[in-house]
Design a binder for this molecule. Structure first.
Ligand SMILES: Cc1ncc(COP(=O)(O)O)c(C=O)c1O
Length: 399
């Protein structure tokens, strides 16, 4: 190297650092676009090893941090293999693109995350894919919608903001009767509440941006399934340019190490908060599957281990639609704050009329129970009594 000019040498100085422990306590960030070879022979050997998943070549194709996170997601979701994407939406869109062709039919839950719905209605419908939206908790309606050319049944386990609970076992049987795949978005519930693959789902998707990362500092998504399915999806994800980047994968993998501690606390807090708010005179309705009067309660009891292991999301309907009162309520909240996301360690809220259901006409929203009085809450890891006190005193202030 010393034969070369200073500017050339500088590019290689620092490549090898003496005394580095090659068994680091945590996986370092492989923030590199490529992995080099020092001869053609080595490069060709690497291509062969790459096909076996034993080497790395180019950042979009594969990266050690992405592989590490993929292993963790497969482990958590009880799948054979996983792909890590740049966002939950990258995982959803690329998966659908890989599996659908003109003439196919999709049955999907009409209360899924808004942009998942838009992908179906605005993009895939334009590719001559037939789309039928259903109330996923009405199994007769789902059965009636399924046709011989149905290729995918798509749902979330518990969907936003009405917290509708999907009976995954029955949906899987219905989909499989016509040879369709059941795809489940597990973002809200996470593998700490349910592993949809164990209930018959074929593919499980997670937005890692939410609860699994939990620190509100990364955007990523995952797809988990059989090795055969993942091998089929991988080229499309590569072509779409949606694989996750090394730093984000590292951040999420780091967060996953504490996910169980966080999520069990968050889900338990949510059940406690739901119970307390259901008793407050200013709250007309609480949407959380642990509430016995809630429509999805029986299905939830079958799907989940217990009340405190269901979901850390809920919606409440307060007893006024008046803007000033709603504003007053939010001003009195000291812990919970408005945020355009969910799943973080700090409790946040949103109003569906300004976010997920903003584009729906008011009359349509009202038909399904979404009014200006509805608040969607993402419950964090705070002390449960503090949270209950915060919401109770803010509600008392508008009584
Ligand atoms: C249930 C659900 N799925 C998927 C997504 C999309 O995730 P991302 O923002 O990581 O693309 C979201 C986003 O809020 C979501 O709530």
């Amino acid at each position: 190297m010393s034969d070369f000019s200073r500017e050339t040498q500088l590019l290689y100085v620092g490549d090898q650092v003496g005394g580095v422990d090659h068994s680091p306590e945590t996986l370092p960030i492989y923030q590199t676009t490529a992995f080099t070879s020092h001869s053609l022979e080595e490069a060709l050997d690497k291509y062969e090893a790459l096909a076996r998943g034993e080497a790395y070549s180019y950042i979009r194709t594969s990266n050690p941090n992405r592989s590490a996170l993929a292993h963790m997601m497969s482990f958590l979701e009880h799948g054979e293999a996983s792909l890590i994407c740049s966002a939950g939406m990258g995982a959803i869109t690329s998966t659908l693109l890989a599996l659908l062709k003109a003439g196919d039919h999709v049955v999907y839950s009409n209360c899924c995350y808004g942009e998942s719905l838009e992908i179906m209605t605005d993009v895939f419908a334009g590719f001559n894919v037939e789309i039928t939206a259903v109330n996923i908790d009405n199994l007769e309606e789902v059965q009636a919608a399924i046709r011989p050319n149905t290729k995918i049944v798509y749902t979330e386990v518990v969907a936003n903001p009405l917290m509708r609970v999907a009976d995954i076992d029955t949906l899987a049987k219905m989909a499989h009767e016509v040879g369709a795949l059941l795809i489940v978005d597990n973002t809200f519930t996470t593998p700490y509440a349910i592993r949809p693959l164990d209930h018959g789902a074929d593919i499980v998707i997670n937005s890692l941006t939410k609860f699994l990362n939990g620190h509100s500092d990364a955007c990523a998504g995952s797809v988990t399934s059989t090795k055969e399915m993942i091998d089929k999806l991988d080229p499309i994800i590569q072509h779409c340019g949606t694989p996750g980047d090394p730093f984000t994968s590292w951040l999420v993998a780091r967060s996953l190490k504490t996910a169980e501690l966080r999520l069990l606390r968050q889900m338990d807090n949510a059940a406690k908060l739901a119970k307390a708010l259901a008793q407050h005179p200013c709250v007309e309705k609480v949407y959380h599957p642990s509430i016995p009067t809630f429509s999805g309660y029986e299905t939830a009891k079958r799907l989940f281990e217990c009340d405190s292991r269901m979901v850390a999301m809920m919606s409440i309907v307060i007893n006024t639609e008046d803007y000033d009162k709603r504003n007053e309520f939010t001003k009195h909240l000291k812990i919970a704050h408005y945020a355009a996301t969910l799943g973080g360690v700090r409790t946040t809220y949103q109003q569906p009329i300004y976010s997920s259901q903003a584009h729906m006409p008011d009359a349509e929203r009202r038909k399904i129970g979404i009014t200006p009085a509805m608040f969607r809450i993402s419950v964090g890891i705070e002390n449960a009594d503090d949270l209950i006190a915060d919401f109770t005193s803010a509600l008392n202030a508008i009584q």
